[in-house]
Write a protein that binds this ligand. Structure first.
Ligand code: RB5
Length: 140
């Protein structure tokens, strides 16, 4: 997986911009679904676009808003999306290993940029363990 689908509202715009730069420096292709400035906008619209694209491509997405909560609520309304709001690296690792998380949600107003970039790196590099965890995912 070398293409990352990403979106934010105005509350997550600055952190999204830092994440895009960080990922491109590492050679990832990044598709940015907006927003494209800090003008007030609606997070459910962006969450829907990224969620649909993750489902269509069987890809991985990142959504950022002020808290990460609105984005995670909105993205998890889509069947097949497992969006995980993470504010620490342990959760980022575990949600890949056990939940096969396909969207990472972050809160710009909650999590500092340095920690957020570490969370992104760990979330992208950690593999799903499968096995009993796959059975559980299939129950959702
Ligand atoms: C926008 O002010 C803010 O409500 C939004 O970014 C997000 O935190 C919602 O959950």
């Amino acid at each position: 997986m070398s293409k990352i689908l990403i979106g934010s509202d105005h509350g997550g715009f600055k952190l999204k911009t830092s994440i895009i730069e960080h990922l491109r420096e590492q050679g990832y292709e990044v598709q940015d679904f907006g927003c494209f400035d800090e003008k007030s906008c609606d997070y459910p619209v962006i969450a829907k676009e990224v969620a649909n694209s993750v489902l269509q491509t069987n890809g991985r997405g990142i959504l950022v808003c002020g808290t990460g909560i609105g984005m995670s609520i909105a993205a998890n309304r889509f069947d097949g999306i497992r969006a995980s709001l993470c504010g620490d690296t342990f959760s980022a690792r575990m949600t890949r290993m056990h939940n096969d998380s396909n969207i990472l949600c972050l809160g710009e107003r909650v999590t500092g940029t340095g920690l957020a970039l570490d969370i992104v790196d760990i979330w992208l590099r950690t593999e799903f363990e499968g096995g009993r965890h796959l059975n559980r995912i299939n129950m959702i």
